[in-house]
Design a protein around this ligand. Structure first.
Ligand code: PLP
Length: 403
């Protein structure tokens, strides 16, 4: 079969693949502990579901404007004012079918062949494929746990070329949890202010922060940066609404208009029912998020302490989001590693380790290679305390056998 070069340039999302594999093993009766999932394990709050039911019952079940209902755009503009002190009009806001779709749309409307998008690694698995699908070139800046997984102004400066169209900042980060402080963003801003490029700020984990950290994005630092920045956000992670598929972008009106043209000729509007539910989520009582954070604070400690107690694994504390991203490269030097590679393949080491842990310990983790860093694995702690305790115990047992 002949396929487009575009689709042949991308691989399936490894995070979704791990979750699907863990679920299929569970369906076969195998007791797998899944650390793959990128979604909160809480139910969508009752008042949000009620808003969706009301929307269905009152006939709000038809096409809407491609870029979203005015009520949702107003709620999003209100959210930016309330939470970030940023002012946007409705024409500077568009609603998409999830934050993933928001980024995809942006790449489609912004990039021409060979345009570059700077992406700090470790990165969310979907950024480079979406750049490639739009004909662009992902330019990766590597970071490590030693530097807190954050890029430096010098690294940023040397990655910028004449072809740079946009720089992406995802803070708090999936997969590392790295969260830029205001001062760290200001240091990057000094360079970005002088350059003719766009900034994409993926703020999807804005509210999942630890140790009283405050949230900042580059648009919040100055009017000129705000004009260059497209802020991407959504309801998936904050309100436990991953299945509802609502994401949004705020920024330059002309770019927003182009995204809506693309959407009018591709997906049309995001689900009308999900849009009404999102109005309720954004305008309702925000204290619902606090309960979720309390659980994540507890689980973060459980998983990070548990991982660090295993010889050969080092895990820094994520500053935000709900992922632990431990460094496992010492395990690649263990006595039995060669035999593990013989059994599970040696294409990439984090994939080999993940396959070993799945088979040996019935624990599903995501290989770091999909995030651009083969020395790590990702474990989501959006799962119960019991699962975390049991999962860590199993990993410790499997790692012990490697020595
Ligand atoms: N951005 C990041 C960094 C993510 O981790 C995700 C989801 O995993 C998204 C965006 C998109 O989420 P959604 O499409 O559910 O809004």
């Amino acid at each position: 079969m002949k396929f487009s070069e575009r689709i042949l340039s991308v691989k399936p999302s490894p995070t979704l693949a791990v979750t699907a594999l863990a679920n299929s093993l569970k369906a076969q009766g195998i007791d797998v502990i899944g650390f793959g999932s990128g979604e909160p394990d809480f139910d969508t709050p009752r008042f949000i579901k009620d808003a969706a039911i009301r929307a269905i019952e009152s006939g709000k079940t038809k096409y809407t404007p491609a870029g979203g209902i005015p009520e949702l755009k107003e709620a999003i503009a209100m959210k930016f004012k309330r939470d970030n002190n940023l002012e946007y009009s409705n024409s500077e806001v568009t609603v998409n079918c999830g934050g993933k779709h928001s980024f995809y749309n942006l790449m489609q409307v912004l990039l021409n062949g060979g345009d570059e998008v700077i992406i700090p690694a470790p990165y969310w698995v979907s950024y480079p494929p979406m750049v490639l699908l739009a004909g662009g070139n992902p330019v990766i800046i590597d970071t490590t746990d030693e530097k807190g997984f954050k890029i430096t102004p010098d690294q940023l400066n040397s990655a910028i070329t004449k072809r740079t169209r946009a720089v992406l900042i995802n803070s708090p980060s999936n997969p590392t949890g790295a969260t830029y402080t205001r001062a760290e963003l200001e240091a990057l801003a000094e360079i970005l202010e002088k350059k003719d490029l766009l900034i994409i700020s993926d703020d999807i984990y804005e509210f999942i922060l630890y140790e009283n950290r405050s949230f900042y994005n580059l648009a919040m630092l100055s009017d000129s940066l705000k004009r260059k920045t497209l802020v991407l956000n959504g309801v998936s992670k904050t309100y436990s609404m991953t299945g509802w598929r609502i994401g949004y972008i705020a920024g330059d009106e002309e770019i927003i208009k182009k995204v809506e043209i693309l959407q009018s000729q591709s997906t049309s509007n995001p689900s009308s029912i999900s849009q009404w539910a999102s109005v309720a989520a954004l305008t309702g009582d925000q204290r619902i998020v606090d309960d979720m954070i309390d659980a994540f604070v507890r689980r973060r400690k459980l998983i990070v302490d548990g991982l660090n107690a295993i010889p050969g694994i080092q895990c820094i504390n994520p500053e935000g989001s709900f992922y632990a991203f431990p460094n496992v490269q010492d395990l690649y030097r263990s006595k039995s590693w060669e035999s593990v590679e013989k059994k599970y393949g040696a294409e990439n080491r984090s994939g080999t380790l993940a396959a070993y842990l799945l088979e040996e310990a019935n624990v599903a983790v995501v290989p770091g290679i999909g995030f651009g860093s083969d020395n790590y694995i990702r474990l989501s702690f959006a799962t119960s305390d019991e699962n975390i305790t049991e999962g860590i115990k199993r990993i410790a047992g499997a790692v012990e056998k490697l020595r």
